[in-house]
Design a binder for this molecule. Structure first.
Ligand SMILES: NC(=O)c1ccc[n+]([C@@H]2O[C@H](COP(=O)([O-])OP(=O)(O)OC[C@H]3O[C@@H](n4cnc5c(N)ncnc54)[C@H](OP(=O)(O)O)[C@@H]3O)[C@@H](O)[C@H]2O)c1
Length: 262
């Protein structure tokens, strides 16, 4: 499917911005969500320069009512073919830390999980009524297994994976496609903040091209790089304590998010 009207959250940076660029061309209408107006405007200007029609929603994905109101207004004006719930943050632990800051944990749940629900829920009924549309979730390879450096990040992504799979089983009979995107390391500001080995890291543009291709083919799961994804799945089959020991050997520092519960 080649979508013409697309909603992307987290379009002011990283993967979301790269997605806006790869989709932008004549005849495409983009609705872009983020909080930083200047960076959102930058993305919008570059997308318009490629011929796309762009509207921006300077919104916090945690704000359910405002999100629903804006998304429904956009969908009424021009029904969405594709929504990509991409906005996300990270938080985690430095070597030696035992637990994450409880406030940071609740914040990441708010953005990475509740924010995703706030993005897709308003569109489920309209898409089903039209018997058309595609919903894409950005998960993570970190959602395939808990990692000792980022407990709440892994938990939010695992939840997104499960939610996406559940929705797929429910909505596809109604003509709505559901895809789960599982990236490995992608060079973005989020990823740059993490101090770790980043095997097979790819650029935001390469990630966006892989995502676009996978979505056009209607893939249920779009995971890349393939080898890292398969390794992570294999790790799930190995004894849990053995994998704990392997994971503990890596030196990883994931800074605590600077976001706070509002
Ligand atoms: N980069 C990787 O290696 C990697 C790997 C696996 C999965 N992912 C996932 O990919 C997604 C995009 O990450 P990225 O690497 O592109 O990060 P990024 O460059 O930091 O971009 C994150 C985007 O999310 C938006 N965002 C964050 N909190 C928001 C909120 N409360 N309301 C609205 N927008 C919000 C940001 O907008 P503002 O700055 O304007 O608030 C920004 O546009 C995330 O879900 C992430 O977990 C990334």
């Amino acid at each position: 499917m080649r979508p013409k009207t697309i909603l992307i959250t987290g379009a002011s940076s990283g993967i979301g911005r790269a997605l806006a660029f790869v989709y932008a061309r004549d005849g495409i209408s983009l609705s872009l969500v983020g909080r930083d107006r200047e960076r959102l405007e930058d993305t919008a200007a570059a997308a318009r320069a490629r011929g796309a029609e762009v509207s921006i929603g300077q919104l916090d994905v945690r704000d359910r009512d405002t999100m629903a109101h804006w998304i429904i207004a956009e969908d009424t004006r021009r029904p969405f073919d594709l929504v990509i719930a991409n906005a996300g943050i990270t938080t985690g632990l430095a070597p030696g830390d035992l637990t994450e800051n409880p406030s940071a944990v609740r914040t990441i749940v708010g953005v990475n999980l509740i924010g995703v629900l706030n993005t897709v829920e308003p569109l489920i009924a309209p898409m089903c009524a039209r018997g058309a549309g595609q919903i894409a979730f950005v998960g993570s390879i970190a959602g395939l297994r808990g990692l000792p450096y980022a407990p709440s990040y892994c938990a939010t992504k695992a939840a997104v994976h499960a939610y996406s799979e559940s929705l797929r089983g429910r909505l596809e009979a109604r003509g709505v496609r559901v895809s789960l995107i599982i990236p490995g390391f992608v060079k973005t500001p989020l990823n740059d903040s993490i101090d770790a080995m980043k095997p097979l890291e790819i650029s935001g543009t390469d990630a966006a091209i892989l995502i676009q291709r996978g979505l056009e083919r209607g893939r249920a799961v779009i995971a890349f790089p393939r080898s890292l994804y398969l390794l992570a799945r294999l790790a799930r089959l190995l004894p849990a304590r053995l994998m704990d020991k392997v994971m503990a050997r890596f030196q990883v520092n994931v800074p605590e998010t600077q976001e706070r519960i509002r």
